[in-house]
Design a protein around this ligand. Structure first.
Ligand code: NAD
Length: 695
C-alpha cells in the first residue's frame, strides 16, 4: 500500500493518506504527500487537489512509532510539506473526517480551503506532551479563528468538534456526510471560478486591544501552569502571530518547539504517553488472543471497594450481581452507590434517567446461586485469607465453567487464593484503587497458573471501563503497595531522625506530590497499618515492636476520622494543624531508642523517600513482577499521586542519573543501623555501571 493513494475525479486529483491506524505523519507519508502534490501540479489536466484521509480519519499528527528514530528527523519535515501545499499554484482543499490533531491539523491549515465532516475532531494537543505546535499551528490557527480562540485551544490542548468552527476561517464548509465528494465539488468550483487561493500566512491579524489581552493571558496561564514551561511558551508563540511577521513567527515557533523538546517536563510527558501505549501489551500474549465474552459481572462484598468496583461496570452498561452477607450490608452498599450517582446528577454529569438506568442494572443478592451465569466475579470482602478461602470455594462450586474469578486483595497471595478452586487458570487479581469508581489505576495480578486468555480478557476489560491497566506478578503488595511500604518506612525513619511530619510533608509536596505521607496517612486512617503490623508480627511469631504511628494509634489517634493523628483536626477546621502532643511523643520515642535528633534537609527528605521507591522498583523489575520500568511509573502516577510532570519514579531516576542514585543509596546503606533495603538493587547497580537508564 503506497503511503498516499493518487486518484482523479474529473479534473480534481484526490490524494488519500494511507498510514493506519491514524495516518501518523511519518517520513514515508510526508514525502508521499509532496510527491503526489507535484504529480498533480505537473498534470495540465488537473485543475485542483483534494487532500484527505478518506471518510474515517484525516490525521492524528506525528507518527509515534517513529519517535526517537532517525526517520523522525528526515526531510521533508512537516513544515516543508505544509509550505509545499500552501505555495501550490492550484487550489488545495483538505477533506477532514475523524481526527485532525496536532500535525494533522497543521497540515490542513496549510491547505487553501478546508471542508470537514460535522463530527470530525480538530485540535492542537501538543501542550499535553509539554510541547507547542511546531509546524505553524501557533501562527496559522490565530489567523483562521482569531487570537483569543486560538490561544484557548492551543494552551488547553482540548480538541473540539468541527461543528464549533462553522463560519470561521478554519472551515469553509461543514457537511453531514461524503466529505470527500463535498471537497471535490468545492475544489472544482474554486478552480472554475478562479477563487483567489486563501493562504493563511497572508492574513494580517488586527492589533487593537491585543496587548491588554496578552498581558491578561500571560498572568492567568502562568498561575495555572504551576511552573510547567509549555503553556507559557504557547502563549508567547501565539502572541508572535500578532506582533511578528509570519516568517519570523514561524522561526520563533520552531525554536521554542525544540527548546521544549529538551525540557525534563516534556520528556516526562512523552514518557507517560508511550508508557500508556505499552502497558496493555504482554510479551508472551499475542494481540490476537481470543477473549472470553464478559456480559454479566458479579461482585462479592458491597463495602468501600465493592461499591466503587460495581459502578465501573454499570457505567459501561454491564449488569452486575452484588452479593453480601446480610440484607443490611447490601442495603447500605446500594444506598452508597445511589448517593454517588445522585451527587453526579446534581453536578450535571448525569441525568436523573441515566441514574435510574444504571441502578436498574444491579441485582442485589444474598445467595451464591445468583452467580451461576456471570462471566466474571470480583471478590472485595475483608482482607483475611480465611474469608477469601470461603468465598472462592463457594464461587468454584456455583460459577459456570470458564467464568473468570478475580480478587481485589491488596496484599494476599493470588496463587494461594487460586488454590482454593479447581480452576486456578481462571483466577487472577484485579486490584482497584480507592475510590474505585474514580481512580484510573487497575493492577492486573497474574497468578502462576492464570491462563493467557484470562489475562487478555482482563486487559481488554480494563480498557472498556477506562482504566490504565498495569500487569503485576504475585508478591506481597504487588507493585504499588510493595513500593509504598518502603516510601512510608523512609518517611517514618526521617521523623525519628529529627524531621517533623510537617517538614517532610511540605518537602514532598514541593517536589510535586499531591499530599505528603503523613497527611495522607491521616486521611487513609492509621489504624489499618497498625492492625496489619500487629497481625504480621503475630503470624511471624515475634513480639510487635510499635512504630511511632503505632504509638499514635495506642492513644486513639487514627487520623482525620478521630480528629487527630500525625496532626490535629479541630472540629470545623479542614487543615492539618501541627500538634505538640506529636512532638512530645517523638521526643520520647527518640530518647527511648537512643536517637539524638539531627537537622534533616528538604533535599535529603526527597532523596530518601523517592530513591526508596526507585530501589524497590528495581527489585520488582529484576524479579519479573513488573514487565517494564514504565509500568511502575504508571502505577505510581495513577495510584499514589506521584507528580505527573516528573513522569514517575523511574523516569525521575533517569533524569537524576542512575549513577547518582546508586551513589546516594550506597551512602544511606553505609550508615550505622541502616535498613538492609537501602543497599542498591543489583539491577540498579548494573544499569548504573553500564551507563544505562531504565529506558
Ligand atoms: P470493607 O470492609 O469496606 O468492605 C468489605 C465488605 O465485604 C463488607 O461490606 C462486608 O460485609 C463484606 N463481606 C465480608 N465477608 C463477606 C463474605 N464472606 N461474603 C460477602 N461479603 C462479605 O472493605 P474494603 O475496603 O472494601 O476492602 C475489600 C477488599 O479490597 C480487601 O481485600 C482490601 O484489601 C481490598 N482493597 C481495599 C482498598 C481500600 O482502600 N479500602 C483498596 C484496594 C483494595
Amino acid at each position: 500500500m503506497p503511503p498516499v493513494h493518487y486518484d482523479t475525479r474529473g479534473p480534481v486529483a484526490v490524494l488519500t493518506l494511507q498510514n493506519p491506524p491514524v495516518n501518523g505523519l511519518g517520513h514515508a507519508l510526508r514525502s508521499g504527500i509532496v510527491a503526489a502534490l507535484d504529480r498533480a501540479l505537473a498534470d495540465p489536466a488537473i485543475t485542483a487537489v483534494v487532500l484527505t484521509g478518506g471518510e474515517q480519519q484525516f490525521s492524528g499528527g506525528a507518527d509515534v512509532r517513529e519517535f526517537g528514530t532517525p526517520k523522525s528527523s528526515m526531510s521533508p519535515h512537516l513544515p516543508d510539506v505544509i509550505r509545499a501545499l500552501e505555495n501550490a499554484s492550484k487550489p488545495v482543499v483538505a477533506a477532514i473526517a475523524g481526527h485532525a490533531l496536532g500535525g494533522g491539523l497543521e497540515l490542513a491549515l496549510g491547505c487553501h480551503f478546508r471542508v470537514a465532516l460535522k463530527t470530525a475532531t480538530l485540535g492542537l494537543p501538543e501542550v499535553k506532551l509539554g510541547l507547542l505546535p511546531g509546524a505553524g499551528g501557533t501562527q496559522r490557527l490565530p489567523r483562521a479563528i482569531g487570537l483569543e480562540a486560538a490561544l484557548n485551544m492551543i494552551v488547553s490542548g482540548a480538541p473540539q468538534k468541527a461543528a464549533a468552527f462553522e463560519g470561521t476561517g478554519l472551515l469553509d464548509q461543514v457537511v453531514d456526510s461524503d466529505v470527500v465528494g463535498a471537497a471535490v465539488a468545492f475544489a472544482q468550483k474554486a478552480a472554475a471560478e478562479k477563487t483567489p487561493l486563501k493562504r493563511l500566512r497572508d492574513v494580517t491579524l488586527p492589533t487593537a486591544g491585543t496587548d491588554a489581552f496578552l498581558q491578561f493571558a500571560r498572568t492567568s496561564v502562568k498561575a495555572a501552569a504551576k511552573g510547567l514551561p509549555a503553556p507559557l511558551a504557547c502563549v508567547e508563540a501565539v502572541a508572535d502571530s500578532v506582533t511578528q511577521p509570519f516568517d519570523e513567527g514561524l522561526r520563533r515557533e520552531r525554536a521554542a518547539f525544540f527548546a521544549l523538546m529538551n525540557t525534563p517536563e516534556s520528556r516526562a510527558a512523552r514518557h507517560v504517553f508511550a508508557a500508556e501505549r505499552a502497558a496493555g501489551k504482554l510479551p508472551d500474549i499475542p494481540a490476537d488472543t481470543p477473549l472470553r465474552p464478559i456480559r454479566r459481572v458479579g461482585v462479592i462484598g458491597a463495602g468501600t471497594m465493592g461499591g466503587g468496583i460495581t459502578m465501573n461496570f454499570l457505567n459501561v452498561g454491564l449488569p452486575v450481581v452484588v452479593l453480601e452477607t446480610s440484607q443490611e450490608a447490601l442495603d447500605r452498599g446500594l444506598a452508597t452507590i445511589r448517593r454517588n450517582y445522585e451527587s453526579s446528577a446534581k453536578k450535571g454529569k448525569l441525568t436523573a434517567e441515566q441514574v435510574e438506568q444504571r441502578l436498574a442494572l444491579v441485582t442485589p443478592t444474598l445467595s451464591y446461586a445468583d452467580l451461576a451465569d456471570v462471566d466474571l466475579v470480583i471478590e472485595a470482602v475483608f482482607e483475611q485469607m480465611d474469608v477469601k478461602e470461603r468465598v472462592f470455594r463457594q464461587l468454584d462450586n456455583v460459577c459456570k465453567p470458564g467464568a473468570i474469578l478475580a480478587s481485589n486483595t491488596s496484599y494476599l497471595d493470588i496463587n494461594r487464593i487460586a488454590g482454593f478452586t479447581q480452576r486456578p487458570q481462571d483466577v487472577l487479581g484485579l486490584h482497584f484503587f480507592s475510590p474505585a469508581n474514580v481512580m484510573k489505576l487497575l493492577e492486573i495480578v497474574r497468578g502462576e497458573k492464570t491462563a493467557p486468555d484470562v489475562m487478555a480478557t482482563a486487559l481488554a476489560l480494563g480498557k472498556k471501563i477506562h482504566k490504565i491497566s498495569v500487569v503485576s506478578g504475585v508478591c506481597d503488595g504487588f507493585i504499588g503497595n510493595r513500593m509504598v511500604a518502603r516510601y512510608g518506612a523512609a518517611a517514618n525513619a526521617l521523623v525519628v531522625a529529627g524531621a517533623s511530619p510537617q517538614q517532610i510533608d511540605k518537602a514532598l509536596e514541593r517536589f510535586g506530590f499531591a499530599m505528603g505521607p503523613f497527611r495522607m496517612g491521616d486521611l487513609a486512617g492509621l489504624d489499618i497499618g497498625w492492625a496489619t503490623r500487629k497481625r504480621k508480627a503475630a503470624e511471624a511469631g515475634v513480639p510487635h515492636e510499635p512504630t511511632v504511628a503505632d504509638k499514635l494509634c495506642e492513644l486513639g489517634r487514627f487520623g482525620q476520622k478521630t480528629g487527630a493523628g500525625w496532626y490535629r483536626y479541630p472540629p470545623g477546621v479542614r487543615d492539618a494543624l501541627p500538634d505538640p502532643v506529636v512532638d512530645e511523643l517523638l521526643t520520647q520515642y527518640r530518647a527511648e531508642h537512643g536517637v539524638t535528633p539531627r537537622r534533616v534537609s528538604d533535599e535529603e527528605i526527597v532523596q530518601r523517600c523517592v530513591f526508596a521507591l526507585v530501589n524497590e522498583a528495581a527489585r520488582i523489575l529484576d524479579e519479573g513482577i513488573a514487565v517494564r520500568a514504565s509500568d511502575v511509573d504508571l502505577v505510581y502516577l495513577n495510584g499514589y499521586g506521584f507528580p505527573a510532570h516528573r513522569g514517575g519514579p523511574m523516569c525521575y531516576a533517569n533524569e537524576v542519573g542512575l549513577f547518582n542514585v546508586v551513589r546516594t543509596l550506597s551512602a544511606f546503606a553505609a550508615e550505622p543501623g541502616a535498613f538492609d533495603w537501602w543497599e542498591p538493587a543489583p539491577l540498579l547497580r548494573k544499569l548504573a555501571e553500564e551507563g544505562q537508564s531504565f529506558a
